[in-house]
Design a protein around this ligand. Structure first.
Ligand SMILES: NC(=O)c1ccc[n+]([C@@H]2O[C@H](COP(=O)([O-])OP(=O)(O)OC[C@H]3O[C@@H](n4cnc5c(N)ncnc54)[C@H](OP(=O)(O)O)[C@@H]3O)[C@@H](O)[C@H]2O)c1
Length: 277
């Protein structure tokens, strides 16, 4: 039986490259996407390149708890288990926006939504199989230190940094609990990648950022390589609670691998889960 992978934001950028690599590795791939029209086109392209027919699109809007619940419900109607979850989708919301559930939008899409999705899917990873969760974080985590009472008050670049730091902390914090359930969880820094999230060119400052970053940009395939390695390589089958860059774990300094922040974040997420799930 083919192994089952869910990739959020799989219709473009690194998510698309990751979904394609998993398809080539004979996974059944569920592309969890917000833009269904584009996702359908990408699915057809992935099917044609990989020769794998088991590629499916399902709608998810990670900024909406209702949509996350509907995605899981629809997924479980068609599949009875999941082996790989790649929490890849992400945004940098230009303006300060509060979602229908009361969260700052970047935080909701990049961190809170993925946590709720992960929580709902955990019971469906089959015990005794090779089960892995990967969170897309960023080198930007260094700018993401937060105060928990302000977690939905940050905006633009700071909100993005907080969300990426949260994705890293949650991977570290959940590792022990998930190990008992036979699931590994790791976070990834893909580098500085030429994708839609970076190359928006909406504001004059985006033009400047892109000119400055041009020498360090890598393409989405190269950016996705570490995530694909973590999802598919036997070498890291049992690795958990690590932060990876270029196929190797990074040792975080105590300033960032902060137990108090990890605990506070998980307590906050648990409160949200109780209220919303
Ligand atoms: N690019 C970089 O340099 C870089 C560096 C470090 C980390 N990362 C992380 O890598 C991940 C992938 O980003 P990327 O660079 O490949 O960017 P991308 O090409 O812009 O892809 C982002 C994906 O997220 C989806 N998405 C946006 N809002 C969503 C929502 N509300 N619900 C569900 N999906 C949503 C997008 O869908 P639509 O476009 O169809 O709306 C798209 O498929 C992100 O988590 C990002 O933070 C990127």
């Amino acid at each position: 039986m083919s192994r089952i992978a869910i990739v959020t934001g799989a219709d473009r950028g690194m998510g698309k490259e990751t979904a394609l690599a998993l398809a080539k590795n004979h996974y059944t791939v569920i592309m969890a996407c917000i833009d269904i029209q584009n996702a359908d086109l990408t699915r057809d392209e992935i099917k044609s390149i990989s020769g794998n027919k088991n590629i499916f699109v399902k709608k998810i809007d990670l900024s909406s708890v209702l949509s996350i619940k509907q995605f899981v419900q629809s997924f479980l109607q068609d599949f009875n288990r999941v082996n790989i979850l790649i929490n890849n989708a992400g945004i940098t919301s230009m303006k300060y926006e509060i979602t229908e559930d009361g969260f700052e939008k970047t935080m909701a899409v990049n961190a809170i939504g993925p946590y709720l999705l992960t929580k709902l899917l955990i019971p469906h990873f089959p015990p005794g199989e090779d089960n892995r969760i990967i969170n897309l974080s960023s080198w930007f985590y260094k700018y993401g230190r937060f105060s928990i009472d302000k977690i939905n008050k940050y905006h633009y670049v700071k909100a993005y940094a907080v969300s990426k730091y949260a994705q890293l902390l949650v991977a570290l914090e959940l590792a022990d609990e998930l190990k008992e359930k036979g699931i590994t969880i790791n976070a990834v820094d893909p580098g500085t990648v030429r994708t839609g999230i970076m190359v928006t060119n909406i504001w004059w400052r985006d033009f400047i950022i892109n000119i400055l970053l041009a020498p360090v940009y890598i393409d989405p395939k190269e950016g996705a390589a570490t995530c694909i390695y973590l999802a598919t390589s036997d070498e890291v089958k049992n690795e958990t609670g690590n932060f990876y860059r270029k196929s190797g774990p990074i040792v975080l300094s105590g300033k960032y691998n902060n137990k108090a922040a990890r605990t506070e974040l998980l307590q906050y997420y648990e409160k949200i889960s109780t209220l919303h799930l």
